[in-house]
Design a protein around this ligand. Structure first.
Ligand SMILES: Nc1ncnc2c1ncn2[C@@H]1O[C@H](COP(=O)(O)OP(=O)(O)OP(=O)(O)O)[C@@H](O)[C@H]1O
Ligand SMILES: [Mg+2]
Length: 339
């Protein structure tokens, strides 16, 4: 007998044109019923331009109509907003306070690591004036959308990305906005983007502890924050401010990542501390936080970032990063700690 579950499984095979996802993953099939040989589906039109929706409806009717015993396929369009459809299990913000320490790189590497473990993952680029995620992933496609919402753009391996640079006509166009507009854009990336069902949404924050970080912590239900630092004392100094802000905003700190921690001697593999001795263990210990990873300076990272191929990067440290994030999030939050 044909069940609603079997119908949903079939619909998962139908890719939304211009994306690498399907209606079910996006939560756009809001109900299914089968009676006799008649199938009735409710499809939300949210974030789907009419031509795309019409062509999908045709494909659904043809696909489901070809199942033996199905006499009719009825489709009702329903009106929903992305927030009503999004089912995001974990939201992890990547922060530093300090600029240029590798927040966007670490955000991407966490997303890649989680994706490789089979999770559904998205990245919300909260750096509205200096967005870098599309560049790292080599994304140039424009998001689909309608007056209700927009769809993220999928990377080659299927990580969903939303970034200001995907919306601008040219990726060199400057966004010259004051704080309230930036806050609004971040809010909209949360409420008006059809993320659908995601296991993890990574939020790449810009430097600083002001508007963008504040909006993210106030408007987005964060599961936790990963703090990125480098070995320099100046970075540690500013990261302390970011940790202080996170604690004051009562967001959960997952741990610290030290980026550019050392350079492995090409001849021996021995770490050369080009930016001085690591301060991250001390910094993490000061706040009772775990040190999630120490990522070396690796010219392959820089080359792959520049080529828009960060998803090609392989390293045990990066695989371990995702595993460690999941493990720590599963632990109960220790009472009275910033974790
Ligand atoms: N571990 C690393 N090894 C080599 N290059 C790196 C490493 N981490 C980051 N980079 C490079 O350093 C540059 C800055 O990194 P990234 O953009 O991730 O920093 P950011 O903290 O997000 O900067 P911003 O404050 O501008 O948002 C990038 O070009 C990236 O390729
Ligand atoms: Mg960045």
């Amino acid at each position: 007998m044909l069940t609603s579950e079997a119908i949903l499984e079939r619909l998962k095979k139908l890719t939304i044109p211009g994306t690498s996802t399907n209606l079910v993953q996006k939560g756009l099939i809001t109900s299914t019923s089968v009676e006799g040989g008649e199938i009735t589906l409710s499809v939300a039109s949210c974030a789907m331009p009419s031509p795309v929706l019409n062509s999908l409806e045709r494909d659904i009717k043809i696909g489901l109509g070809a199942i033996p015993g199905v006499s009719k396929v009825r489709i009702n369009q329903v009106d929903c907003t992305p927030s009503e459809l999004n089912r995001i299990k974990n939201v992890i913000a990547v922060m530093s306070g300090k600029g240029g320490v590798g927040k966007s790189t670490v955000s991407s590497l966490i997303a890649i690591s989680l994706k490789r473990q089979g999770f559904t993952v998205g990245i919300l680029d909260a750096d509205i004036t200096g967005p870098s995620i599309p560049k790292l992933f080599g994304l140039t496609g424009k998001p689909l959308g309608n007056e209700k919402g927009i769809m993220p753009v999928a990377s080659r391996t299927g990580i969903d990305v939303m970034s200001m640079n995907l919306i601008l006509n040219n990726d060199t166009d400057a966004v010259i906005w004051r704080g309230p507009l930036i806050a609004k854009a971040i809010g909209q990336f949360w409420t008006d983007v059809l993320w659908g069902e995601l296991d993890y949404l990574i939020v790449d924050l810009p430097p600083g502890t002001s508007d963008a970080a504040l909006t993210t912590m106030q408007q987005i239900t964060l599961t936790g924050v990963v703090m990125v630092t480098t070995p320099q004392e100046l970075a540690a100094l500013i990261v302390r401010k970011a940790i202080d802000m996170t604690v004051k905003m009562n967001a959960r700190l997952i741990g610290v990542v030290e980026n550019m921690a050392y350079f492995p001697n090409p001849a021996t593999g021995e770490p050369i501390e080009i930016f001085g001795p690591s301060k991250a263990k001390h910094l993490a210990g000061e706040f009772g936080l775990p040190l999630l990873a120490q990522i070396p300076v690796d010219p392959r990272i820089a080359v792959l970032c520049d080529a828009g191929e960060i998803e090609e990067y392989n390293s045990d440290i990066v695989s371990g990063l995702g595993i460690e994030v999941i493990r720590l999030l599963e632990e109960p939050r220790p009472v009275g700690s910033s974790r």
